[in-house]
Design a protein. Structure first.
Length: 336
């Protein structure tokens, strides 16, 4: 039991690290591509705000915990589900990073835990999952795309008579601020998802059943561990996914970059603090970038890079679910 708990903690920590490593390039990619921030400074800025954001609130964590699956009243089974589900989600994150394709950590987490949980006899609350998890994740990119196009149309019209150099200089300065806010939102959103699963592992190890609706808190040791893993992953991040989202898929000037980051950051923070629903950072930023291309000058969407992003979104839950189920089945055969 003790060894299984340690493996569960390590699997969640690894997922948080890969989450930060995978997503950080997306949160800072626009600013780096348009020379608003130096790459190394951008990653340290993002890592710092990811760490701070990870310690703020727990609303999204509780939504994730209450609406994924109802796990069996068996501490050993719960820990096994967490191990299989998080390893599956982490593996999918690594594969998509190597393919330079953005992927939602929320999709991966839900899919991995769902697939593993069903093998161990968990009951899926599909209605709650649909209303509180799936629909927000699906709707948010569409809302962001529309808002980004609208804001771009208004701002470019207002700035039509401005000289390009001072306008872009101001936009770059604002983009640095928006990148910090976007990283803060990433910390709030994504750290709480990992914290929810880790909190469930701790409760299972202590022999306490998690009951949706009861007064449950995510302890500070859990928050600090997840925050640290997310921040370290962020600081050591690479640029494969960032190039896809910020350079190859669309054509951004400094003004469109700050608009996209501003819309994405606002949506992320409002979703976390106002309505406590999860949103995907990578798809929010991707949608915001695409939205800027429908307004203003020289908009261009390269569909050969956009289609893989859409494809990864469609596979985001099924693939981790299958992997999670396969790993859980292997644990069952091994008698774990």
């Amino acid at each position: 039991m003790e060894l299984l708990f340690v493996v569960a903690v390590l699997s969640v920590t690894a997922f948080a690290f890969v989450n930060g490593f995978h997503d950080a390039g997306v949160t800072v990619g626009n600013a780096v591509a348009n020379r608003a921030l130096n790459p190394r400074v951008a990653l340290w800025l993002s890592g710092t705000f990811n760490f701070i954001g990870a310690l703020l609130g727990q609303g999204v964590a509780l939504v994730i915990a209450e609406n994924t699956v109802s796990l069996p009243h068996d501490p050993h089974g719960i820990l096994s589900v967490i191990v299989a589900g998080m390893i599956a989600a982490t593996a999918w994150g690594i594969v998509t990073y190597m393919l330079a394709v953005p992927v939602s950590s929320s999709y991966s987490l839900v899919g991995g835990v769902l697939g593993a949980g069903l093998v161990y006899g968990a009951v899926a609350d599909f209605e709650g999952m649909l209303m509180r998890l799936i629909l927000p994740l699906l709707i948010a990119p569409l809302v962001v795309l529309g808002l980004s196009a609208l804001v771009t149309a208004v701002v470019t019209r207002l700035a039509a008579t401005s000289a390009p150099k001072p306008l872009f200089r101001t936009a770059r300065a604002a983009d640095a601020v928006m990148t910090g806010l976007l990283s803060l939102g990433h910390g709030v959103q994504d750290a709480q998802k990992s914290a929810a699963v880790l909190a469930m592992a701790v409760l299972a190890y202590e022999g306490i059943d998690f009951v949706a609706g009861e007064d449950t808190t995510v302890g500070w040791p859990v928050r600090l561990l997840v925050a640290t893993a997310l921040a370290v992953g962020t600081v050591t991040s690479g640029w494969r996914v960032a190039r896809t989202v910020a350079v190859r898929m669309v054509k951004l000037d400094p003004l469109k970059s700050v608009i996209a980051n501003g819309v994405a950051a606002t949506t992320t923070l409002v979703s976390a603090f106002a309505v406590a629903v999860p949103v995907s950072i990578v798809y929010t930023v991707s949608a915001a970038n695409v939205g800027t291309q429908f307004s203003g000058r020289r908009g261009h969407i390269r569909t050969r890079f956009l289609y893989p992003v859409i494809g990864s979104a469609q596979l985001g839950i099924p693939v981790p679910a299958v992997l999670g189920a396969a790993l859980a089945g292997l644990l069952v055969l091994m008698g774990v």
